[in-house]
Unconditional design. Structure first.
Length: 340
């Protein structure tokens, strides 16, 4: 093996293969990059291998397994995070085996390292009443309050991922009937989602009052921006949500025992669509899922729908003319004597 072949393959994988041939999102590339940053830290700190000396030949199945164990035991990463790092490694070594077939055997042993099974988490979502209470918290008498209310409404009404909301521009919004919003999702996939009449009116009012001095065409303005006229960050959106969650908790009917992230709004929209009787296929397309199995998690999670289904299928096992045991005098006397 040539010296520094690992650095060559890694650079080409992150800068050429992923964005060029795979057309993956910037966030995915960043996630893969972070996985390899941790792997290099592990090699240097735990295995005492100088980063510039690492070659593909030196990377074995045992080294990868030790790295995964280090993530869980030393860094206290969750199983989900461990599996995410392993997915990045798998993607890289699939790429390398095509470029370096002479090391195919050892690379194959790395590629069969399995994902670790983990308990299926409960899907956190807000009920319709909890969502209503939350949306009542922004002060609509102020410009900032109206803006924040619209952000929360759009996040829920479109079922958007947080990055899709951040990237949203006015050119992605059609306010004429039928009103739709175009979302740019994972892998540069786009989808159009309809918005409700009240959401349409809120957006029209908000757009009319939005500042115009961005220095770019109005259609390229970000819909939601900070004081520097830049797109909001994930942290900024989470901060806004947490602020109103704390205010909503003062209402006795707002009883939640989980952290409300931006993705909870997406879960909530999916659950409400399901409870309204919308077909899973339509929900899949609405959310931008590539596989119906991903969407089915909402059907498995909805305890209220399970209860209704059980009630519909319940068969009454007793009849009205069956005798009541309380009316059986001999049985009652036997029970009284038995308890003495």
């Amino acid at each position: 093996m040539k010296k520094n072949d690992f650095s060559k393959y890694l650079s080409e994988f992150l800068s050429l293969y992923l964005p060029g041939q795979r057309n993956v999102s910037v966030n995915t590339i960043a996630s893969y990059r972070d996985a390899f940053k941790l792997f290099l830290i592990f090699c240097e700190s735990e295995k005492k291998i100088r980063i510039e000396n690492i070659t593909i030949f030196m990377i074995t199945r045992n080294l990868i397994v030790d790295f995964l164990n280090w993530l869980e035991e030393s860094r206290k990463n969750s199983i989900a995070t461990r599996n995410q790092r392993l997915a990045a490694l798998h993607a890289f070594f699939r790429y390398v085996q095509k470029e370096s077939p002479e090391n195919l055997f050892e690379l194959g042993k790395i590629l069969v390292i399995p994902m670790k099974r983990k308990p299926r988490p409960m899907i956190p979502y807000l009920t319709a009443n909890e969502l209503k209470i939350l949306l009542e918290q922004p002060d609509v008498n102020t410009l900032a309050g109206r803006k924040n209310l619209i952000l929360l409404v759009i996040l829920y009404d479109t079922g958007a991922r947080v990055q899709e909301l951040i990237d949203l521009k006015w050119k992605d919004v059609r306010l004429t009937s039928p009103a739709v919003i175009t979302l740019h999702g994972k892998g540069n996939k786009t989808r159009q989602v309809p918005i409700m009449g009240n959401t349409q009116k809120l957006l029209e009012s908000y757009k009319a009052r939005q500042e115009k001095n961005f220095g770019t065409a109005e259609t390229d303005h970000p819909i939601f921006y900070n004081q520097q006229h830049k797109k909001l960050s994930r942290w900024g959106i989470s901060y806004l949500i947490n602020k109103y969650i704390e205010k909503a908790k003062t209402n006795k009917d707002f009883c939640i025992n989980f952290v409300v992230t931006p993705h909870v709004f997406r879960h909530s929209k999916a659950m409400h669509l399901l409870q309204a009787g919308v077909n899973l296929i339509y929900i899949r397309d609405f959310l931008g899922h590539s596989d119906i199995n991903t969407t089915e998690i909402y059907a498995r999670a909805d305890s209220e729908m399970k209860r209704i289904a059980l009630e519909k299928s319940y068969i009454e096992l007793t009849t009205k003319d069956m005798p009541k045991w309380q009316d059986d005098g001999d049985l009652m006397n036997w029970l009284k004597n038995f308890c003495k």
